[in-house]
Design a protein around this ligand. Sequence first.
Ligand code: MN
Length: 197
Amino acid sequence: MIQRLLGKCDLTTGTIDGSPVSRRRLSEMQDAFGDARACAAILRGDDPVLYTVSTFDVYEGPGHLRCGLGVLFPGRVGEEYFLTRGHLHERREAAEIYVGLRGMGLMLMQREDGTGSTTAELTRDSFVYVPGYTAHRTVNVGDEPLIYLGIYPADAGHDYEPIRAGNFSSVVVCRDGRPAVLPRSEFLHQLQSLRQP
Ligand code: MN
């Protein structure tokens, strides 16, 4: 049965019409950021929504596709730009295409087996192909909402645990007003050195 073949993305509300929206707040994402002190300072005043995802999941089963409209708001925790939690697919071989619709972003990608990591620009005139077996996270390095459509196999599933446990090996930080990608270990070491008594 044909249920629904047309989706409308509203780039001002960040929703696909008629589709549910989920929200992630900073309080749910504290472990994703390196600078715990900066995170706590923000949370003393507010608990900002970092991103929303509106999911078109009408179709189920092998061969079908799903998509999610992601809106990642601009901002930083210390030097680190706002980011999504990041995940692998439960079906590890499942790939995904992210189509940039608005804003300036980076996609962090990291092979689960540790054989490589990379970043790609996600902008309104680009798309990023995320291969299977690759953890992926978006980062908003601009000053307006980053909006994109992620399209993936309907049976891909989401697995957040490996990233929750180990995080990404790279961070994206603001240095001299521009995004810089650093090894997480180097960033954490710099934070520690700065805060030696
Ligand atoms: Mn995905």
